[in-house]
Design a protein around this ligand. Structure first.
Ligand code: ADP
Length: 406
């Protein structure tokens, strides 16, 4: 400070305002009182005056000469002690510090409880979701998470888990149905053939054309079942090789209609193809034919006489839509989610002696999806069903299906 003070002194102007500022600043920040004296020991500046220190006159301190370039230019008296101002300031600082620590403490306690409250709000539902996931993993597929009253994200996770459990349960039910259905499908024709052959071998029955025809029918049923299984395995194969070409959808539909109509010629059902427009798309014609054969076959099978089946083609920018509507028995809302599953047969179909093995729609779905399309259904009991096949006009090379140049 002494150096700065001396530096502010010039022989020309003497002690300046700057010199007094230096003294004042040091006095205030160091809790000291300074007195600056001139060459004749006259008092030039007393920092005690500035802060209103009432004891300023009564105290004395050590005086040091101030030298500039070796020449004495004044004296500085430094008086230690606490000014009233400084005391107030210290009291204020202490109070301020106490308040600061106090509020910091309250803030920390608040933050602690708030974060516990928040984390409980988040972790409690997450823990119940985790608990539900473990139960589901262990096979308790009936367990569901309660999702009400939680944050939006938690509700979404809970809903997704509940959906997962539901679809796992559906698959589980389907698997149980499926095994029973395969066994049933195989057992009936095999039992008929076995009993007929044994009766003929034992000489109980003559091998009449009627008896042989029945055996043949049952064997054909098994042949169809195996053929359907093969088609399905093929269509569901992720390495399915589509042979795409430009296909006129109306040609495919007419071809399918012809072959199916022949099978159902005995039934009084009108097939209306007036809504079939000629639209070109890229696809595998043989497999698309299979799609329409299966859908038309079902329409004939599940439509009581007299009935009507209508096929209509419409187009959107990149899509071709084919609707196959019938005036048939309809599909109940309980059955709708399952009809595209393998081996799923509706109650009505299961009770029949003849009919498919519940593979037709699974084949349709697999082929349509291999083309990058979708198949959907709307149905009303006793009124009829409408199947909609939505196919893209141009095939896109998908990762799961391989396209092959024919
Ligand atoms: P399948 O015809 O061999 O029984 P599908 O996979 O073709 O098997 O059909 C599955 C089930 O969907 C059928 O058992 C039937 O209950 C229902 N279904 C399919 N198409 C129709 C339709 N047009 N009308 C009513 N029910 C249908």
């Amino acid at each position: 400070m002494k150096t700065e003070l001396v530096a502010s002194y010039t022989f020309h102007t003497g002690w300046t305002e700057e010199s007094l500022m230096v003294i004042s600043h040091f006095a205030m920040t160091r809790n000291l009182q300074f007195r600056l004296f001139g060459l004749n020991s006259e008092l030039i500046w007393d920092s005690g005056k500035m802060v209103g220190d009432q004891n300023r006159g009564s105290r004395t301190g050590s005086k040091v000469p101030l030298l500039k370039n070796g020449v004495k230019v004044g004296e500085l008296e430094t008086i230690a002690g606490t000014s009233q101002y400084y005391e107030h300031e210290q009291q204020f600082l202490a109070l301020f510090n106490n308040l600061l620590w106090g509020s910091l403490f309250f803030v920390l306690v608040g933050v602690y409880f708030f974060s516990r409250y928040i984390s409980n709000g988040i972790s409690a539902p997450l823990l119940s979701i985790k608990d539900a996931a473990i139960r589901i993993q262990k096979g308790n597929l009936k367990h569901r998470v309660s999702i009400e009253g939680n944050d939006e994200e938690i509700v979404e996770v809970g809903t997704a888990l509940n959906h997962l459990a539901e679809s796992l349960q559906e698959q589980e039910n389907l698997r149980k149905h499926l095994t029973a259905d395969i066994a049933h499908e195989l057992r009936t024709p095999l039992a008929i053939v076995q009993s007929h052959i044994e009766a003929i071998q034992d000489g109980v029955w003559e091998p009449t054309p009627d008896k042989l025809k029945l055996c043949h029918e049952q064997i054909m049923r098994l042949v169809h079942l195996v053929s359907d299984l093969e088609k399905l395995a093929d269509a569901e194969n992720p390495m399915l090789k589509l042979k795409p070409e430009a296909v006129e959808i109306s040609h495919v539909i007419h071809e399918a209609a012809m072959s199916v109509e022949k099978l159902w010629a005995h039934k009084n059902i009108r097939l209306d193809l007036t809504g079939v427009k000629p639209v070109i798309l890229v696809g595998d014609p043989k497999r698309l034919l299979q799609v329409f054969v299966n859908l038309l076959n079902n329409a004939f099978k599940f439509t009581p006489e007299p009935g009507t089946i209508r096929v209509a083609v419409s187009e959107e920018t990149d899509w071709v839509l084919t609707e196959i509507s019938d005036t048939g028995i309809g599909i109940s809302s309980d059955e709708l989610p399952f009809i595209f599953e393998r081996f799923y047969r509706g109650e009505k179909s299961r009770n029949r002696k003849t009919g498919g093995a519940g593979l037709g729609l699974a084949i349709v779905k697999a082929i349509v999806e291999a083309h990058g399309g979708q198949v959907s259904v709307k149905s009303e009991m006793q009124k009829g069903s409408t199947f909609t096949v939505r196919l893209p006009k141009s095939l896109k090379q998908s990762a799961s299906y391989v396209l092959q140049k024919s």
